[in-house]
Ligand binder design. Structure first.
Ligand code: SF4
Length: 332
């Protein structure tokens, strides 16, 4: 259970029920009032080596921008929702590209406003829309602090149209299992070999726990996806990912195996990650591999085409062997 070291909050959160509840829940935790959750000078001035310590704080504010971004993968829109950032510290976390070392967990208490906009947009659309509400954070983790996912499902499930989806690397799903979700929530569990979770995905749930969570969610009738992501081509990647897919086959329930769709995403990395990781985790492995990676946009790296194609062939072979009937939505 995450216990914040300090709370930085915008005074206005006191006007919201969730804001008051969080202040009460953490009444013993030292607090600082801030003008704007986007710009905390004290945090900006900290060194990269303080990144893990910064992640122990909680920032609470009001979300001001509510712009939906069109998407063409597993959803129609990426939607800014009740949190951004996270308490975990995956060394490749895409949020570090956006927020740099300030990728700590921010909670937004104006949840009614955000969910109402989703419901309105879904109603107005002729086709059924799917909204990605977890592109900026991890909602299973966030729920363990705010209860927001329970609240969201309870308030969305009876709306006429639309689906919500989000990815997660956490296994604390028990609270949402008994909810009446009406098949409108699609939960995508992200998995990686245990060795990679240990060395790279600091502060997330173990592989075994994630697989158990998938089984529970499938049993509770949720639509489920499995993200093999991000695929990281460390030295023994062939063995690790082959074992991972076999492990999924052996430990997923029949229901989960029958229903899950897959997404496979290769790791992208950046100069910002390199800088922060070198200083914050000096003993960790270096994810930047100059022999296998190439520049993909300003300060960003991806795997070279040759490496990626070779890995895709291996992954597709294993998927064909163990999950021949499951849809792979995409490999990118
Ligand atoms: S769990 Fe997701 S949001 Fe959290 S640090 Fe890892 S990649 Fe980032």
């Amino acid at each position: 259970m995450f216990k914040p070291k300090g709370i930085y909050y915008e005074k206005e959160i006191e006007n919201y029920q969730l804001g008051r509840e969080l202040l009460e829940k953490y009444k013993e935790v030292p607090k600082v009032i801030i003008e704007n959750h986007n710009n905390i000078e004290e945090m900006r001035k900290k060194s990269n080596s303080e990144f893990p310590d910064m992640k122990r704080n909680l920032i609470i504010g009001i979300r001001k921008t509510h712009k939906f971004v069109e998407n063409h993968k597993t959803s129609d829109y990426l939607v800014p929702y009740t949190s951004s950032g996270c308490t975990a510290m995956c060394m490749y976390c895409y949020l570090v590209c956006n927020y740099n070392k300030c990728a700590y967990l921010r909670l937004f208490v104006n949840r009614e406003q955000m969910l109402e906009k989703i419901i309105r947009t879904a109603q107005k659309s002729e086709k059924e829309l799917t909204f990605e509400i977890g592109s900026n954070s991890d909602l299973i983790l966030e729920n363990s602090i705010t209860g927001n996912l329970v609240w969201t499902i309870e308030n969305f499930a009876n709306s006429e149209k639309g689906f919500l989806t989000f990815p997660t690397k956490f296994s604390m799903v028990d609270e949402i299992l008994p909810l009446k979700h009406n098949g409108k929530i699609i939960i995508r569990m992200s998995v990686n070999p245990e060795e990679i979770i240990n060395k790279v995905e600091f502060g997330t749930s173990r592989l075994k726990e994630r697989i158990e969570a998938i089984n529970k969610l499938a049993e509770a009738g949720y639509k489920i996806g499995i993200l093999i992501a991000p695929v990281i081509l460390i030295d023994n990647w062939q063995k690790l990912y082959t074992e991972l897919i076999q492990n999924l086959y052996e430990n997923l329930s029949n229901k989960a195996k029958k229903e899950a769709f897959f997404e496979i995403i290769f790791m992208t990395y950046s100069y910002v990650h390199t800088r922060i990781n070198e200083e914050a985790f000096p003993n960790a492995i270096n994810l930047y591999d100059k022999n296998k990676m190439t520049v993909r946009g300003r300060g960003k790296y991806g795997y070279k085409e040759k490496e990626r194609v070779e890995a895709e062939i291996v992954l597709r072979e294993q998927m064909k062997k163990y999950f021949p009937k499951n849809i792979i939505e995409y490999i990118v």
